[in-house]
Design a protein. Structure first.
Length: 177
């Protein structure tokens, strides 16, 4: 069962005063197959500088791995233990669609089936549990409270425990390396 991620979003009323426009669990939750990671989409921007006008839900769309061109995306991902997730990754086929996932995936990497690369700078903060950040060469264990800056590198996330690891991400569009 996915966690409920409460999303509180601010905005402006007609008089220009600051108000809360959303205070509820995000309804934008995606899971490809049983045992795979659960993605909670929280917000996105479609340009820089961001447009703070209006009160529409900016992430009301299907799941897409990278942010919009010149934009950003804010999400929380629940990573199940690799004992579940790697089985799910082995079952699923990566078919081209508009999610950007097929283009990012590096299933030929023998180190982990979750390797992928996007043209982004990603800020990751481990909220609970622990998870290994894996690069083509090397890996580091991250625990709750640790942060990682991922700069357009080929990478994977490996949860080698029996508990779910929860990680918050902000992905910002970047020039490809």
């Amino acid at each position: 069962m996915p966690k409920q991620i409460r999303r509180v979003v601010t905005g402006h009323n007609a008089g220009g005063k600051s108000v809360f426009i959303i205070d509820a669990a995000t309804p934008h939750v995606f899971q490809r197959t049983t045992g795979s990671a659960i993605v909670h989409e929280l917000w996105e921007t479609s340009r820089t500088p961001a447009d703070n006008h209006g009160a529409a839900d900016a992430i009301a769309r299907g799941h897409r791995l990278p942010p919009p061109q010149n934009g950003s995306v804010f999400r929380v991902i629940e990573y199940p233990p690799d004992s579940e997730r790697l089985t799910a990754l082995a079952r699923e086929q990566i078919m081209p669609d508009d999610s950007g996932r097929a283009e990012a995936t590096d299933r030929n990497n023998p180190r982990h089936a979750g390797f992928h690369k996007t043209a982004t700078i990603d800020y990751a903060i481990v909220l609970s549990g622990e998870i290994y950040a894996m690069m083509d060469e090397g890996e580091v264990l991250l625990k709750a409270g640790d942060a990682l800056v991922q700069r357009g590198t080929n990478h994977a996330w490996s949860n080698r425990t029996n508990e779910t690891a929860v990680v918050a991400f902000v992905l910002i569009d970047a020039e490809p390396v």
